[in-house]
Design a protein. Structure first.
Length: 175
């Protein structure tokens, strides 16, 4: 018999959220600036990207959460050549590194959007389809696809953050 809620997913993803926040909360600016190589994103950029991507997908695509949460990740300038400003987020403003407090707040606010959605939706709601108009064409996605995409994205970048911190002797995500 299939569950009638998304609680198992919500609990597991929530645990990952708590581990990520705990790993970042007390980092100093130089630790947030650690990266695997000079051309790769720093820890702060990876964490900013996780938070901003959550609200992009859940707010912009699925219509969840409020505009104020989405807007907090928008920037007025980007250091990435040829990146349209409407596609830029905190991670794309390299001359404005985010602090641990900003990252924790951003992750908490973006998690609230995800958590509220998962708390309301049922397995039947996962089949609801949404259409995205992209420069390359139309993309049809379901809530279920978006949930999987964003969850795997969180875990992927959380793993990168953990590896960077651990390789520099900084406590990583305590999985």
């Amino acid at each position: 018999m299939a569950p009638d809620t998304l609680e198992p997913l919500r609990e597991g993803w929530g645990r990952h959220q708590r581990l990520l926040v705990a790993a970042l909360a007390d980092l100093r600016p130089e630790q947030l600036g650690l990266r695997t190589a000079p051309h790769m994103w720093a820890v702060w950029q990876l964490a900013a990207h996780v938070a901003g991507s959550r609200v992009h997908w859940f707010h912009d695509v699925l219509g969840e959460g409020d505009a104020a949460t989405r807007d907090m990740f928008r920037v007025s300038a980007t250091t990435v050549p040829d990146l349209p400003l409407e596609d830029a987020g905190w991670e794309d403003q390299e001359d404005r590194p985010r602090t641990a407090d900003e990252l924790v707040d951003g992750l908490a606010r973006s998690w609230t959007v995800v958590d509220d959605s998962l708390g309301r939706w049922t397995p039947d709601d996962l089949t609801v389809a949404f259409t995205r108009i992209r420069p390359t064409g139309t993309q049809n996605v379901t809530r279920g696809w978006v949930i999987w995409h964003v969850a795997e994205h969180d875990v992927h970048h959380g793993g990168e953050i953990s590896q960077i911190l651990g390789s520099h002797g900084v406590p990583a995500l305590d999985l």
